[in-house]
Write a new protein. Sequence first.
Length: 649
Amino acid sequence: MPPVQAIEVQVASRTDIQTGIKQWLEPLLAKLPECSVTVFGDFCLDVYWMLDTTDVEISIETGLALRRVRSQRFSLGGAGSVIANLCELGVGRIRAIGAVGDDMFGRKLTELLQKRNVDVSAMLSDSALQTMTYAKPYRGDAEESRIDFGAFNVYPAALQDRLIAALRSAAANSDAVILNQQVPSGLTSPQLIERINEVVADHPRTVFLVDARHFAEAYKGAVMKLNMNEAARVLGKPDPGAGTDALADEFARSIHRRSGKPAFVTRGEHGLIAVESDGTGIHVPGLQVIERIDTVGAGDAVAASIAAAFAAGGTARQAAELANIAAMITVKQLQCAGTASAAQVLAAVNDLNFVFRPELAESPRLARYIPGTEIEIVGDLPLDIAIKHCIFDHDGTLSVLREGWEHIMEPMMLRAILGKSYETVDAEIFKRVQEAARQFIDRTTGIQTLVQMKGLVELIRQSGFVEPKDLLDEHGYKHLYNVELLKMIERRVEKLRTGELSSLDFQIKNAGLLLEELYRRGIKLYLASGTDEADVIAEAEAMGYAHLFEGRIFGAVGDVNVEAKKIVLERIIRENGLSSHEFATFGDGPVELRETEKRGGIAVGVASDELRRFGLNHSKRKRLIRAGANLIVPDYSQLPALLHALQLD
């Protein structure tokens, strides 16, 4: 059998990207207190109304159900959200240029800016305006129809003159200016943009960054930050949806040629494409987030990060990489326009989990296989593989004793989130909570159960159905889940004990044979699971292959800060002085493959249909490719070809 051909990977390795970021990030952030950034445009106030979800009272006058607000809070939105991110990053001098109404919302918005030490001398108040306000009622964790203020504003000519004069003055004294356009009826109309372009042309040494939802094509001579849809509109192209890396690169280069400035095209979870002043293209891959996400404010964090980086003298690559990390931090913050602080960015850079090859993950048609097999080659395989150690995940990789655990966790989570409202909540809310639980389970597959339960605690808090006094901790919810799960497992193990079924009935096809072949070749085997350690040892013994690991079986130990899979990998490498190509990991979850990729090992993704115990599970394939697998196998039925690919034949 000929050697497996290496396949070129267009994205730089995670290690290379992370190392590069660490070299410049802290020095760049240290410069921000000396920088000056101005934000001009549509300032909004976000108002959050948390509705009561318990009693329903009917109005005597109207016969309609009342909606009673338990609590309300205010935060900066629109251009104000951009400023909040600049403040968190540590920019020293920040100016706000915009307009509010002479109303309570305008006063609150200005107050929030002042609390952040923002220069509000050019935040002008006019009685002819309504302050742009987004009032967001929430029932539990579900946002209901929004109520908007300021949609019919008409900005007086004299007010526009004063704002342009303020922009001109600020541009002469700022390192960067962000031009923010949020709504069609906002401050920055196409007519006003013509006057803004004159200011841009008159200040060539100042960096101007445009973040415009509707009129981006009208701006000239500025750095552009656009999503795929906005870029397509500027270029007169049809909406491409998520698009591809190649199309995003084409868009970014076209925008760069139009403006003569750096350009940025964002792609959500797939990262972003940037083009330097000299036309050099940059692809920054997206970052994995296993928690529930809220994308509100992510674009504001990106705009603030790009402007801050340029203000500090950074490059387009540095701006894009900083923006990518900031966006990842903000999407984890729910029911708000999130922010990313300098401290959070510095902490995050130590553990960046990139989304690899999203286009390949989305399209099986792009798959490439070892000839004559169903073994998919995802990334390049080194020519100097010399595997001496193999680490295995257990559930779904070797064993299916726990197959169906999701069907136990989901109803348990639903009851925990909804609490006393489980039987009475309306069908629409129940469905939303159910979908949120399913998405959370899918994202967290492969991590230890206690970490999943810690995430469940946050879901319960955010949903608002359970009183704080009734909330359990992660250990309490794990106990509830384990009680039901272990009942199922015990029934299956009993069938093994009685001989009603054999170990082969609960194995991924040829799993035991693979372990025996590796053991016979002198490969040291390790089992690393997110299951409690005592349980995974017992299950491996019941399956009849525990002895092949010679005591090297590791599991969760009741501490969310101890991740068995990470600890095992670090220990193997450290104690055996391994180089990167001397170990391989087999797993069906993103954690073990991601941690292996970080350390340069060979990552084998097992994307098996656990019900049949063989054949491809397409959703698993997608998840494992994005985690950084080198190979994807549906099972171990083609064992000789797999061993050959790993140079173990």
